[in-house]
Design a protein. Sequence first.
Length: 389
Amino acid sequence: MIDIEKARLDTPSCENVLHFNNAGSSLMPVPVFNALQRVLRDEYEVGGYEAARRAEDDLQAFYMEFAGLLNAEPDEIAFVENATRAWDMAFYGLHLKPGDRVITHASEYASNYLALLHQSRRLGFEIDIVASDQSGQIDVDALDNMIGANTKLIAITHVPTQGGLVNPAAEVGKIAQKHGVLYLLDACQSVGQINVDVAEIGCDILSGTGRKFLRGPRGTGFLYVRRGIIDQIDPPFIDLFSAKWTEANSFTLVDGAKRFENWESFVAGRVGLMEAVRYARNIGLANIEARVSALGQDLRDALLEVKGVSVHDLGLKKCGIVTFKKDGIDPALMGDTLRGDGINVSTSQMTSARLDLEPRDLKALTRASVHYFNTQDEITRFVEAVKKA
């Protein structure tokens, strides 16, 4: 059980705003804000280098906390400035060549698919789109049947930006292991609201962000790379932190996932993200997942009772992201209207999810995303605001 009263006391912003935009950027709890401010204050008072020295224990704890969160090893974790760059650091380092094939799904996020198109144009590999089943999630049987000798990578998104779908990541992992294919999972929208276990999922690479359901600062992200495959990835760039300059004309990469980091980084943000992970682990990810899933479904059910409202989330399993439209109101205008009522939401545009929304003839959707500190009273208030819009 989660102590909701304490969670809301730790999130004083709840008193000022109804925040249903946790899939965009969640509200930081007090301990995270304090950790961030502590380092910034040290930077102000004694300088950045000295502040980093004072924060050394917390900077090292970052790897331990993430290892505990994901059921990984500390040397399999890297800090990266955002989720897209974390994904890129792994993907752009893969040795793909003409004739190779990469499998993805219609739920793929724009930045990832643009990177696939970019590298396909440069390197000559082919992109395959695995079919969806009747629920809209990845068809695991179809995935199994489409893998061939030239398939080198499965790159999918766990939870898409444009809906509540939760793809069957562990089932995909079993298929990847069966065929010996690398598996890259974008967990940007799942880590923090779902209990993500890389050993259970079976992914080789996983990327994510701090600002969303982990409730950390902006400008923070992370990358997991399994020990056994790390030498199959050549980092797209290196510096004096990720590599050692051993002789005038030679170097070696550092051990572990730190080879995907760079020396200069957002130190306060890294400490804040560490504190956010620690805060989430103290609550318990299984507890968080259960509550967020229940609140998300309650919101869907309540919205479906509103005349003219349609809900557009796919999948057998759904999470805390809820996407909807109301007849006669542009989704962006709906967002502006709700913000005028002190309610935060986002708008999902076709340009961020073209493979999914274009075939469904959905140019945009209003996206509401709940977290464990949200309440049933807030759902009621939200639905009343949608009725009046």
